[in-house]
Write a protein that binds this ligand. Structure first.
Ligand code: NAD
Length: 261
């Protein structure tokens, strides 16, 4: 379905991003991974995508809090992908929790830079090539927190509401260009980002990690089940399909019913 297409997935060395990269590679797309982690592990992941799916997989380790590194990554993608990525998934993200009055300003700045501003930069560099090709898919990993708020997550909620807005403007500005821009709004997915929150809650409440995980998911998801990274990968794949070519400027919630409440 995606043979001949190439995809840049930010924050794809683990969790949701890696699952999305695998889903796209599984459908035949060449991919560029991005994110932090152990060098050898990243190289093993990159190679395994090539051997498992018979696609070309690249890696660029740009720090997305740094606009100059984002620009260099987009130039690298343009060089490796013959003009640029057909599919851009803005997925890199971090979390920090504290009440507003205790929120370290540098944590606010980092979350806004990585979870929101980086998507502005990647998008502005990716669009000219997509417009030239008359085809493109931009998928922004927002969150249930792009739609509703929770305490102690001021920067994250602000960034995720912001990326929902950026998605809509991107969609309007590309509406006649064969390009779509949409957000995916996952609920709780048990990745490293969430594992840290579960561990903190276990410590805080003097309960087991598994009990803390059950409490966390049951509190927000009527389904009482975590969403899997693979389910988000398949959602991204759907947004790249022809069936979704008239879906633009909107979001897909995959949140066990969280935001229906
Ligand atoms: P994760 O920690 O497994 O993945 C985050 C990825 O971003 C990693 O590849 C990491 O290396 C990368 N990253 C972090 N800082 C970076 C930087 N400065 N430059 C480049 N890459 C950087 O967590 P995840 O849960 O898979 O998160 C992926 C996205 O999904 C995030 O945007 C997150 O907000 C969103 N999300 C997660 C959940 C959840 O429950 N896990 C729910 C909703 C939305």
């Amino acid at each position: 379905m995606l043979t001949g297409k190439c995809a840049l997935v930010t924050g794809s060395t683990s969790g949701i991003g890696l699952a999305m990269a695998k889903a796209l590679a599984g459908a035949g797309a060449d991919v560029m991974l991005n994110g932090f982690g152990d060098k050898d592990e990243i190289e093993a992941t990159r190679k395994s995508l090539e051997t498992e799916f018979g696609v070309t997989a690249h890696y660029n380790g740009a720090d997305l809090s740094k606009p100059d590194q984002i620009e260099a990554m987009m130039k690298d993608a343009a060089a490796k992908f013959g003009g640029g990525a057909d599919i851009l998934i803005n997925n890199a993200g971090i979390q920090y929790t504290a009440l507003i009055e205790d929120f370290p300003p540098e944590k606010w700045d980092a979350i806004i830079a990585i979870n929101l501003t980086s998507a502005f930069h990647t998008t502005r560099f990716a669009l000219p090539n997509m417009k030239k090709k008359n085809w493109g898919r931009i998928i922004n990993t927002a969150s249930a927190h792009g739609l509703v708020a929770s305490v102690q997550k001021a920067a994250y909620v602000a960034a995720k509401h912001g990326i929902m807005g950026l998605t809509k403007v991107t969609a309007l500005e590309t509406a006649e260009s064969g390009i779509t821009a949409n957000s995916i709004c996952p609920g709780w997915v048990r990745t490293e980002l969430v594992e840290r929150q579960i561990e903190a809650k276990a410590k805080e409440g003097g309960i087991s990690v598994e009990q803390a995980a059950t409490n966390l998911v049951s509190d927000k998801h009527p389904s009482k089940q975590f969403v899997t990274p693979e389910q988000i990968g398949q959602t991204a794949l759907f947004l790249c399909s022809d069936a979704a070519s008239q879906m633009t400027g909107t979001h897909m919630s995959v949140d066990g019913g969280w935001t229906a409440q």
